[in-house]
Design a protein around this ligand. Sequence first.
Ligand code: ADP
Ligand code: MG
Ligand code: MG
Length: 895
Amino acid sequence: MASYVQDFSEGDKDQKDLLGGKGANLAEMTRLGLPVPPGFTITTDACRDYMRTGHLPPELRVEVTMAVRRLEDALGRGLGDFHDPLLVSVRSGAKFSMPGMMETVLNVGLNDASVIGLAEFSGDERFAWDSYRRLIQMFGKTVLDIDGDLFAETLDKAKAAKGVHDDVDLDAADLRQLTEQFKEIVRVESGREFPQHPREQLDLAIVAVLKSWNTERARLYRRRERIPDDLGTAVNVCSMVFGNLGPTSGTGVAFTRDPATGRTGDYGDYLVNAQGEDVVAGIRNTLSLVEMEEVDPQSYADLRQAMRRLETHYRDLCDVEFTVERGKLWMLQTRVGKRTAPAAFRIATQLVDEHLITMDEALARVSGAQLSQLMFPQFDSTAERTLLTKGMAASPGAAVGRAVFDSATAQARAAEGEDVVLVRRETNPDDLGGMIAAVGVLTARGGKTSHAAVVARGMGRTCVVGADELDIDPVARTLKVNGHAVSEGDVIAIDGSTGEVYLGAVPVVPSPVSTYLESGLDAALDQAGDDEQTADLVTSVHRILTHADEKRRLRVHANADTAEDAHRARSLGAQGIGLCRTEHMFLGERRVLVERVVLAEDDEERQSALDALLPLQRADFGALLTEMDGLPTTIRLIDPPLHEFLPDLTELSVKVALAEERGEVDAADVKLLAAVRRMHEANPMLGLRGVRLGLVVPGLFSLQIRAICEATADRLEAGGTPHAEIMVPLVGSVMELHLVRDEALRIMAEVGETRGIALDLPVGAMIELPRAALTADRIAEVAQFFSFGTNDLTQTTWGFSRDDVEGAFFPEYLENGVLTISPFETIDAKGVGRLVRIAVEEGRATRPDLTVGVCGEHGGDPESIRFFDAVGLDYVSCSPFRVPVARLEAGRAAI
Ligand code: ADP
Ligand code: MG
Ligand code: MG
C-alpha cells in the first residue's frame, strides 16, 4: 500500500526526498538513540498530491489517524485529552532547508479543556496558558492567515499595562486574559471561533504547512537557491516537549563548530524558560553555551555528548535545535549546517586533520562560489575611519552602501544601481527581497543564529547582527548611535568579519586569500601576521586548491587580451591563454587606421593602412607571447563587424546635416557617412563579422596572421618558447576555414623563409554556430583545434540575442519556469550542450588528437565546468580572476 506517513523510528538520513531534510534527520537521530520526542512524518508525496489535486489524499486522513494512535499508545496520552494531554508540533521540512520560509505550529491539541488539564498535570498554570496563547497566535497567523502584528501588539500592550519588558514577567492570570483577547482577534478577523477540536486543529495545520510550500517568499527563495518547485515539503508531526516549563527548562540552537569562522568548539544560543522560535526571533538576549553550562551543567553535558555523536556520525559541522524540559534534554532538529566561505575551507581541512574525512571529501565540501567570496576585498585597517558601533560578525565581507530602513526602499534603490545596506531592528522572512537587493545587512537585535544571520550567510551577503547600541527608527528612517545620526541615503560601511560598523565609505584592500592566489602562501601568511584565523584560512585554501590541481583532468586557461591581463592570469595559475581578443587592439589611436582600411578606395590605400597597423599588432603579440612563454596562447582573429570601429550612424548623420545647413560641408565626413551607411547592419550579430569579414575585406586577416608569425619569429630569435595558435571565429563551413588556413600557411612559409626558421602554428576554429557543431567532422579535417564560443553558440542555438533578451523577458521566463537559470550563466546542457557533445565526438572521430576547449563565459561557471569535464574537453578558459575558481571546480569535477 502506498504510504503517506512514516514514523520517526522507521526512516533514516538518506530519505530526504521522501521525508524532507528535517524528517530524515529526525529519523536518523532516533535511530542513533538520541532523545527525540516521538512523532511521524507525512511524506512529500502527500504534498505533491495536494498541489496537484488541491485536497488531501483520502488515505492520508486514515494514515494520520493510525499514526496519532501509535503515538498516543506509546506515550500513554491522548491528543488534546483533558488529563495530561498529548500535544504536537506540526512542522514543515523540505529536502533542502529553507530557513524561516515555511510554517510551523506548536502546541496543537490545546483547547479550553485541555489547557486546564495541562495546568493541573504540569503543576504550572502559567506555563499552560502561555502554551495556549502561543497556539492561538501561531495558528491564527499561519493557519487562519491573520496579521501576526495584531497578536504581537496585544502582547506588547499587556506587557506595557503591567509595566514589564519580558514575556516571562506575565503571570498565569495575565496570559489567561491574553488568551481570551487572542481568541477574540481570531473571531473578529477570521469570522470563526478558534477551533477546539484537536483533530481539526491538526488537519488544518497540516494543510497550512503544505500550502506554505507555495507562498510568494518561499518561491522567491527557491528560485534564488535553484531549488525545484515540484519537490514539495514534508510535514513532521512531533510530540511536544516544553522549554517554557520554568527556570529548569529552556530552548536553544547550537553548532558543533562556529559556522561563521570555522573555529573549533561548540557554539550556540540558549534561552531559559522559552519555547521554540523565541531564540531565532531574537526577542530576548540569549545565553551562550558557556553560560548555559553554568545554569544547567547536566543538560549542557548531555547536549555536548549528543553533538559530538552527531558530528562523528555525519562527519561534518552539524547544527541542532534542542529543548530542555525540566532538566531533560530533547533533540528537535539537526542538519549538516550552513557555513560561511571561510568556515567551509577551515572546517574541511580540520576534519581531514581529525581523520574524519579524506582530502577528496574536503575538496567536495567547498565550492568555487565560496572561493570567489574569499577573494573579495576587505576594509583597509590602516585607513582613517569613524567607528559607529560593533555588533556580531554574522556573514563576512566588506560592504559599503547607502543606509535604507525597509525592504521596499532597498529594492527600489538597488534597481537604480545604488549600493544599499539594509538596516533593520531584526529581519523577518518578508525582508528577503531587500536582503537580496542589498550589499549588506545590519540589525540591532538577534544573535548569530537569528533570521538575518542565517539567511545572509546562506546567500553570501555581508551581515552584522545584534548591534544593540543602534537606536533605529524605521518610521523616521534614521538611526542614532554613540552621538552620531544616520539618515536614509547616508553611506555606511559594515564589516561582516569583525562586526564593525563605520560611518561613510571605508577603502578596501585585497583579501589575504587573493594575496595568496596572486603572490603565494608566504606573502599571504605575511599579510596575516599574528592573526591565526586568517593564517589558518589561507593555509586551508592552499591545501585544498593544491589537491584540486593534483586531481583535475581539465586544464585551465584564461581569456586575456593584454600582456597585463596575461601576467595576472598566469600568476593566478592559468596554464595558457584560451582566448585573446584582438579587436581591442584596434581601438584608441588605432581607430583612424582601421577607418582608413574601411574607407580605402583602392588596394594600395588599404595596404598602406594595414602596413601601418602591422608593427603595432606585432608588438602586442610579442608582449603577450613573452608573458606566456612556454604556454599555449590562442589568438583569435578579428571578430566584430567593422562598423563598430566607425562613428555612430545617427551621430554622424546629425553632424553632417548640421554642417550642410551652415554650408560648411566636410568632404571627409560625407565620405565617412556613406561608408557607415553602407556598413550598417540590421542585425550585426548575424552579419558581416568573424571569418566572413576576414574573407571579404582583403588583407585584414593576413595582417594579423603576419603579425602573429613575426612576433613568434622575434620570440624564437630572442630564445623564447612561443606557442601562438591562430583561431578563426564564427566558422560555419569548412570551406571558410580552408581559405583562411591556406593563407596562413602561405604567410608562415613566407615569414619562415625570410627569417630562416620553420613556422608551424596550429590553426583552429571557434565552434559557435550550430552548423559548425553539426559539421564538426568536416571542420576537423582542416582545424587543428576547436574552441567552443559558448556565448555565441547559446545565442545562435536559442535564437536569442543576449543583449535584447536578458532584461526583456528572462525575468518572466525564470518566473514561469521556462528557464530555471539563464543559459548564458550556466550552459544549457540539453540543447547547446548536445551540440558541444556532438562536435567533440565527431571532431575527434576525424582527428583523434584534436585539442578541444571552451572560451565562452561558461568556462568559469562551476556547473558548466562539470559538464565540460564530463564531455571530455581538454581545457576551459575563463577570465583571469575566475581561474582559481575554475581550478577548484575542475578538481571537484574529477573526484
Ligand atoms: P524551522 O524549520 O523554522 O526551524 P521548526 O519546525 O524546526 O521550524 O520549529 C520551530 C521551532 O519550534 C524550533 O525552535 C523548534 O525547535 C521548536 N519545536 C518544534 N517542534 C517542537 C516540539 N515538538 N517540542 C518543542 N519545540 C518544538
Ligand atoms: Mg527548526
Ligand atoms: Mg563569438
